[in-house]
Design a binder for this molecule. Structure first.
Ligand SMILES: [Zn+2]
Length: 61
């Protein structure tokens, strides 16, 4: 049985699109730290933008 790994779930460090730090844990280009920060911000604009990216990324499958 072979495992299909697509671009969204590659388990290798990649630079975060937001903070440029390499991270193993990231969704739609943002690392886990940034995602946590997005969720805590009073201004939800960036969080909504990220959620839209997530929807696009998973909507493709
Ligand atoms: Zn980040």
């Amino acid at each position: 049985m072979s495992v299909t790994v697509d671009e969204g779930v590659l388990a290798e460090p990649r630079p975060c699109a937001r903070c440029s730090q390499p991270s193993l844990l990231w969704v739609a280009g943002r690392c886990a730290d940034c995602i946590a920060q997005l969720g805590l911000q009073d201004d939800s604009t960036e969080y909504q933008a990220w959620k839209n990216d997530v929807r696009e990324e998973f909507g493709r499958k």
